[in-house]
Design a protein around this ligand. Structure first.
Ligand code: AMP
Length: 216
């Protein structure tokens, strides 16, 4: 049984936030709240928000704080978050963290831990540019480290595999820059609140055990 269930996953793009959200969901019924996934779904649906976000995302920049914070606030109010949630890729700025604090207070919820996945840039770029995911179920693979049986179809659901447009080397480098400029200050922000847990392992099994040790 996990003791810490209301979590933020913090880390640069490619640090493993999505991968470990999926792994932890096998052990506990977390609501997995990925702002990137929500925005990509808006783009796929062709909504006004999707159109606005699409250009920003393809440049590797951040969607305005109020928009993402509004999406997360609405999501946190849903009953499946009662059993615990993982915020994956949110907050990404100090302002978003402040807005989240307010939204959690309004929803009568509180954070148990902020997990920071610390990974070197070289490894991040390697992972990002080799990342492919399933269009149907969202499963993430890596052509180098965890390849699917066939590069075209998902092992689990046979869905089509694709590379995210923002995982090109140029955009990936820009996203890392944005991480260091705008998101890195959150490490100190949550350290001061006594919530930060840094995971420095990078091997899948070791990260998994470190996570369980921290959350149990
Ligand atoms: P991700 O899937 O988390 O890597 O996010 C992909 C892209 O979506 C980011 O590069 C941003 O353009 C946008 N995005 C996702 N989450 C946020 C956020 N919390 N704040 C602003 N933009 C975001």
């Amino acid at each position: 049984m996990l003791k810490k269930k209301n979590l933020i996953f913090l880390g640069a793009p490619g640090a493993g936030k999505g991968t470990f959200s999926a792994i932890l969901k096998e052990q506990h019924p977390f609501a997995h709240i990925s702002t990137g996934d929500i925005l990509r779904a808006e783009i796929a649906k062709g909504t006004e928000l999707g159109k606005q976000a699409s250009a920003i995302m393809s440049r590797g920049e951040l969607v305005p704080d109020e928009i993402v914070a509004g999406m997360v606030k609405a999501r946190l109010a849903q009953p499946d978050c009662n059993s615990g949630f993982i915020l994956d890729g949110f907050p990404r700025t100090i302002n978003q963290a402040d807005l989240l604090g307010q939204a959690l207070t309004d929803a009568g919820r509180k954070l148990d831990a902020v997990i920071y996945f610390k990974v070197e840039d070289e490894m991040l770029l390697k992972r990002l540019t080799a990342r492919i995911s399933c269009k149907k179920c969202g499963k993430i693979y890596n052509k180098l480290f965890s390849p699917p049986k066939s590069e075209k179809a998902c092992d689990d659901c046979d869905g089509e595999l694709f590379q995210r447009a923002d995982d090109s080397i140029e955009t990936a480098k820009e996203r890392l820059k944005v991480f260091y400029a705008q998101t890195q200050p959150l490490i100190e922000y949550y350290e001061k609140k006594g919530l930060l847990v840094a995971i420095t392992e990078t091997e899948k099994e070791k990260v998994h055990s470190a996570l369980l040790k921290e959350l149990c």
